[in-house]
Design a protein. Structure first.
Length: 86
């Protein structure tokens, strides 16, 4: 793994999953001797930051228009009303 000319490095997916690092998650570095540690930044107040970040990442990603009734039908195990779902 290499650091880019901008000082950036990609955090491997396995590490991001294990630490719960979603897009826009704030992180902090701790330098100890000749190595550094990365971790999620400590909360500075405000609750639900992770959830807000997850919603921000998902906003605008839907590719179909569905009514609330259609969504509720799908979450209850039914198919899309008027469709051929199970």
């Amino acid at each position: 793994m290499q650091i880019t000319s901008k000082g950036q490095v990609t955090i491997p997916q396995e590490v991001r999953n294990r630490l719960g690092l979603l897009p826009h998650t704030e992180v902090e570095f701790e330098v100890a001797g000749d190595h550094a540690r990365i971790r999620k930044a400590r909360r500075t107040g405000g609750s639900g930051v992770r959830g807000k970040n997850a919603l921000r990442a998902l906003r605008g990603s839907a590719n179909t228009r569905m009514s609330t009734d259609e969504i509720m039908s799908l979450t209850r195990g039914g198919g899309r009303p008027g469709g051929h779902g199970k």
